[in-house]
Design a protein around this ligand. Structure first.
Ligand SMILES: Nc1ncnc2c1ncn2[C@@H]1O[C@H](COP(=O)(O)OP(=O)(O)OP(=O)(O)O)[C@@H](O)[C@H]1O
Length: 642
């Protein structure tokens, strides 16, 4: 259920209905139907979090120890509140945010919405802005938000209303000035928008689904104080509309700090304060820790709660006093009154992990598919490395090989060069296609994973769109490369042979692309996928038929040749060139290849195996895509079930 309130520019999420005039709160189910007014939402939690840590033992062996990350942390926040989660580094702020947002479900205890244990509907109510924002760099801010509006807003809403919503959010977050700028980012060659604008794009993305509860992990990190204040002002406006905003924040300026209504201070995983922000200074003064005049209270609290490495014992003793004081305080009792309204049976029962079970999506699979296709095509059109570099590579490599193997004839003397060109063309296609993918796709998968966890995109919609919409490009590159090589080298001059050659290269490139997808999905990391790619491609080259005499290796190794896509491509090219073709021996008595079929025998191929080789490439292409899909699906369910 998605809670809506009309104090800001908020639009009704019902088909045809544009604006809610009354500021009355509404509940909207994922299909966009209003279901009635809600109570003031209350988010509460009571939990402990432990982790196991492997440490180096005294004898150099690894010892696993149980580490307490959060201990007896109980708190709550109401709609309309904007809570700062603060504490020194390592205090447990991000861990707490992950637990109360259920992005980490390994804790003991429970999270409650209006006194009821949070269930799967919780994910429809909440949104999470990650500390490291991940975007597709080649989209403009408007295109990015438009994509998210299409996939995150209920399917019952008309596209023009979604577009209006994007424009209204652009205005709300102050992004209208850069709405047509490419997002860009460090992982891309595109410079893109500033860090502050990226943060606002991240917030705007989450606002599209109009969540009732917004969690943010350090939304101001890396921003100057002016930008940080701008982001927090926006968050305060959202809280004022009735949303709950919980935000991990580091070193806010005093002006930014004042924007928060509530403060939760953590010290070494224990509560040090929870309450209204303006009352925190007096609370600490009463404990004997008075904030000096004209001192930023935010800095004061962090200093008070810091562990000084050179004075570890004393710091820890000070933290114990502060956390024990909160434990014994009337403030804590006051804060935890809501627990008395929770069913005691629920409190004593161990919590059942729900996982981030994405069972319902606001948009249909069709919408997700077509929107993802649009996005991938834009990406290909605009990404310089992905498209231009590969096109230039295809042309340059084609010309280079064409020059080296220029104008081969039909004599026996040209056989070795034609075998060479078949092998090198195959290797080029395999390597450039596989590594082209593993350089790009793990980054895309990481962005997709965020979309998946936000309930915005299905694995199947994204994967099909990503892989199908790039097919035209994966036809273009081998076609350009193959045509240059074919013409310059002077391979068999018939239209049929040329078309078959291009088809073989296109199949090879697409199979290699699929292999790149499989590696990217299994390893989800470019470095690891490149390393694994080398390990896979080298044996494939070895078993291609050119570098090894299969009759002179251990019999149990021979079947490996049938796993080599390089072998299938290389053989197909040679069969296309030489099957049942004459070879001009001239008047030479010593002629190593008197017929084309003798060349095939030499490389271990047979004249009638062309369709078999092409068929095997097709089968491998499908298998690699299936592996990629299954791996992506497995990773996403694993992340989601935490
Ligand atoms: N899965 C884990 N296994 C072991 N230790 C962990 C794990 N997750 C967190 N920790 C530890 O728990 C403590 C709190 O981590 P957390 O990231 O929540 O702190 P933080 O307050 O957000 O710190 P920072 O401000 O530096 O980001 C740290 O000491 C961290 O090393």
């Amino acid at each position: 259920m998605v809670r809506e309130k009309g104090a800001m520019e908020i639009r009704a999420m019902e088909e045809g209905e544009v604006r809610i005039k009354s500021p009355m709160a509404l509940v909207t189910s994922p299909d966009g139907k209003k279901t009635g007014p809600v109570r003031g939402a209350h988010l509460g939690w009571t939990l402990n979090l432990y982790a196991t840590e492997t440490r180096r033992g005294a004898k150099g062996n690894n010892v696993t120890v149980k580490k307490t990350i959060l201990e007896g942390v109980t708190g709550s926040v109401r709609s309309g509140n904007m809570m700062a989660l603060m504490g020194a580094s390592g205090a447990g702020k991000s861990s707490l945010l992950d637990c109360i947002s259920l992005r980490n479900q390994k804790f003991e205890g429970n999270v409650f919405v209006d006194g009821k244990p949070a269930d799967n509907a919780f994910f429809g109510l909440t949104a999470y802005v990650y500390q490291d924002d991940l975007f597709f760099p080649t989209l403009t801010v408007r295109e990015h938000l438009r994509f998210h509006a299409m996939v995150r807003m209920p399917k019952t809403i008309q596209p023009h209303i979604k577009a209006e919503r994007v424009e209204s959010i652009l205005l709300d977050v102050g992004l209208q000035g850069c709405s047509d700028a490419l997002i860009g980012g460090a992982s891309s060659l595109i410079r893109g928008i500033s860090g502050g604008e990226r943060k606002r794009v991240a917030v705007a993305t989450e606002l599209l689904s109009n969540p009732a509860i917004l969690f943010l992990d350090e939304p101001t990190s890396g921003l100057d104080s002016f930008m940080a204040e701008a982001v927090c002002t926006l968050l305060r406006k959202l809280a004022n509309t009735g949303k709950i905003v919980v935000c991990v924040i580091h070193q806010p300026s005093s002006d930014t700090f004042k924007l928060f209504t509530h403060l939760c201070l953590l010290a070494k995983g224990r509560m040090a304060y929870l309450g209204e922000l303006p009352k925190a200074v007096d609370y600490f003064a009463a404990l004997g820790h008075a904030c000096p005049p004209n001192f930023n209270p935010a800095d004061f609290f962090i200093e008070e709660l810091a562990v000084v490495p050179s004075d570890y014992e004393k710091s820890m003793a000070r933290l114990r006093v502060v956390t024990d004081a909160y434990q014994d305080s009337d403030l804590r009792k006051q804060n935890e009154k809501w627990l008395s309204k929770v069913d005691p049976a629920v409190l004593s029962k161990p919590r059942r992990r729900t996982g981030i079970a994405i069972t319902e999506y606001p948009a249909t699979a069709d919408t997700q598919f077509w929107e993802s296709c649009r996005r991938t095509i834009l990406q290909y059109k605009r990404e310089p490395v992905l498209t231009r570099a590969r096109l230039v590579n295809s042309i340059l490599m084609g010309v280079l090989l064409g020059l080296v193997y220029f104008d081969q004839d039909t004599t026996y003397k040209a056989v070795q060069n034609k075998i060479g060109v078949a092998f090198i063309v195959t290797m080029n296609q395999c390597i450039s296609a596989t590594f082209g993918v593993v350089q790009e796709v793990p980054r895309d998968f990481a962005v997709f994973m965020r979309e998946y966890l936000a309930g915005a995109n299905r694995v199947s919609s994204y994967f099909l769109a990503r892989t199908l919409s790039e097919i035209p490009f994966q036809i273009l590159f081998p076609l350009v490369f193959g045509s240059i090589v074919y013409g310059m080298v002077g391979l068999r001059p018939t239209a049929g042979a040329y078309i078959t050659f291009c088809l073989v290269l296109i199949l090879c490139a697409n199979t290699a692309v699929s292999m790149g997808y499989a590696l990217s999905a299994v390893f989800r990391n470019t470095t690891a996928a490149i390393a694994a790619g080398s390990v896979v491609i080298m044996p494939m080259a070895l078993f291609s038929g050119l570098l090894l005499d299969m009759n002179n290796i251990a019999p149990w190794l021979r079947p490996l040749q049938f796993l080599s896509i390089i072998r299938y491509t290389y053989h197909a090219i040679i069969i296309n060139e030489y099957a049942n073709q004459p070879i001009n021996c001239g008047f030479n008595v010593i002629c190593p290849f008197r017929t084309g079929n003798a060349v095939l025998t030499y490389v271990g191929a047979a004249p009638d195996e062309l369709s078999f080789n092409m068929g095997m490439l097709f089968v491998f292409m499908l298998c690699f895509r299936l592996i990629a899909f299954m791996a992506l699906k497995w990773h996403s369910t694993r992340v989601a079930s935490l």
